[in-house]
Design a protein around this ligand. Structure first.
Ligand code: ATP
Ligand code: MG
Length: 337
C-alpha cells in the first residue's frame, strides 16, 4: 500500500539576516527541521505535536509543496513533492495557520467558488460541493458576507472549508482550532472525525497535547526540528510505564523544587507558574514511600501544598520526559542534574 505521506531524511535551514543596528545585518541560519523520516498511512489521523517553533509548519509547507526542503525527499500519495508537485497539490487539501490566502473583498461562498474553479471541479458539481462544505463546516449565515467582516474564528472556519473543497484524500490541517472558541473547536474536531470515518487521511498539527491525545491514532512529537518520538498515543504513554506522575498544586519555592529534584527516585520535576501559584509535575519511580518523601521535601523547604494527586500519564508527560520542558511558554526550565 502506498503511504499517504513518506518523508525521508528531510531537513530545512532558513537563511536569514539579523538586524545589527540601523545599517548593519548579519547572516543567520535557522535550522527548522533536522533529518526527519516518517510515514503517514492511508486512513489515519496523524498528529504532529510540538511547541512553538518546533518545525511543524515548515514540515507541512514542504509536503504541500509551498516550500522546498534543504535536503531529503518526500512523497505525497505516491507523488514526489518536487518532480510531481502539481499532482501533489491536486491530491491534498491544506489549511495553514492564519487567514492569508482568503480574498477579503469576496464573500465566503465566492472564495470557495474561486478555489473550486482553481481545482478544476466540474462546473455542474461545484454549486453542490460548495453548499455541502458550507453546511459541514457550519459557515452558515455568514457564508454570503464579505470576508473582511468575519471574526478571526469565522475566517478560520472558512479556511477549513477551503481545505475541503477539492475533496482530496489527504487533509493537512495546521493548528486548525487556533483562535476558535471551545465549542467551535470541538465542532471542528467532530467534522475531522467524520471525515476520518469516511476514509480520509488527516495530518493534524497542534501544540495542545490533549487535542492530539483525543483525536489522533498516531502522534509524532517534534521539538527544535527533531523527531523525538512517533507511535500510537497509548504506546507513547506506555513508554513511561514504570514511572509515576504526581502533580502538586500550591505555592512552591524554587528551593523546594530543587529539593524534589535531588531525591534519588525523581527523574524530572517541572514547575509551571500561574497567577502566583504553581503546579509541579514530578516524574519518578513508582517506589514505596515515594509520596511521603516527596511531601516531606516540599514542606520542609517552604512549600504550601494545596493539592497533591497521582495522575494518569498524559502525552504532556511523555513530552516532559523527552525534553525536560512542558509545552507552556511560561515554564521555568528546571532540569535534573
Ligand atoms: N521564513 C522563515 N525564515 C526564517 N526562519 C523561519 C521562517 N519560518 C520559520 N522559521 C523558523 O523555523 C523554526 C520552525 O518554525 P515553524 O513555523 O515550522 O514552527 P512551528 O512548529 O510551526 O511553530 P508554531 O507552533 O509557533 O506555529 C522556528 O525557529 C522559526 O523561527
Ligand atoms: Mg506553525
Amino acid at each position: 500500500m502506498t503511504a499517504a505521506v513518506r518523508v525521508e531524511n528531510l531537513s530545512k535551514t532558513y537563511h536569514t539576516r539579523q538586524r545589527k543596528g540601523l545599517f548593519k545585518s548579519e547572516k543567520r541560519d535557522v535550522v527548522a527541521l533536522q533529518d526527519v523520516t516518517l510515514e503517514v498511512q492511508p486512513g489515519e489521523i496523524f498528529g504532529l505535536l510540538g511547541p512553538n517553533g518546533a518545525g511543524k509548519t515548515t514540515l507541512i509547507k514542504i509536503i504541500t509543496t509551498l516550500l522546498l526542503p534543504s535536503s531529503g525527499q518526500a512523497w505525497v500519495n505516491g507523488y514526489h513533492i518536487e518532480k510531481e508537485s502539481n499532482r501533489v497539490r491536486a491530491s491534498v487539501g491544506c489549511m495553514l495557520m492564519g487567514e492569508r490566502g482568503l480574498y477579503w473583498k469576496l464573500t465566503g461562498r465566492e472564495n470557495l467558488a474561486y478555489f473550486a474553479a482553481l481545482y478544476h471541479i466540474r462546473p455542474e458539481l461545484r454549486k453542490q460541493r460548495i453548499q455541502d462544505t458550507i453546511d459541514l463546516t457550519g459557515l452558515g449565515e455568514y457564508a454570503d458576507r464579505s470576508v473582511e467582516t468575519y471574526s478571526s474564528g469565522q475566517k478560520m472556519k472558512l479556511a477549513f472549508a477551503k481545505s475541503l473543497i477539492n475533496d482530496a484524500p489527504l487533509l493537512v490541517l495546521d493548528e486548525p482550532t487556533n483562535t476558535l472558541d471551545v465549542l467551535s473547536a470541538s465542532e471542528l474536531r467532530a467534522v475531522v472525525r467524520q471525515l476520518h470515518a469516511q476514509g480520509k487521511t488527516i495530518i493534524y498539527t497542534t501544540h495542545i497535547m490533549s487535542e492530539a491525545e483525543t483525536l489522533c491514532d498516531r502522534v509524532a512529537i517534534i521539538d527544535r526540528g527533531l523527531l523525538l518520538a512517533l507511535d500510537d498515543v497509548s504506546a507513547l504513554k506506555a513508554s513511561l510505564g514504570r514511572e509515576q506522575v504526581t502533580r502538586i498544586d500550591g505555592v512552591i519555592p524554587t528551593k523546594a523544587v530543587q529539593a524534589v529534584q535531588a531525591l534519588p527516585m525523581v527523574q524530572k520535576a517541572t514547575l509551571v507558574l500561574q497567577d502566583g501559584s504553581g503546579q509541579l509535575t514530578v516524574l519518578s519511580d513508582n517506589s514505596p514511600g515515594m509520596l511521603s518523601r516527596l511531601i516531606e521535601s516540599l514542606t520542609t523547604n517552604g512549600a504550601v501544598i494545596q493539592r497533591i494527586a497521582p495522575e494518569e500519564v498524559t502525552l504532556e508527560d511523555v513530552f516532559i520526559a523527552k525534553t525536560g520542558r512542558t509545552l507552556a511558554e511560561d515554564t521555568r526550565q528546571l532540569e535534573k542534574g
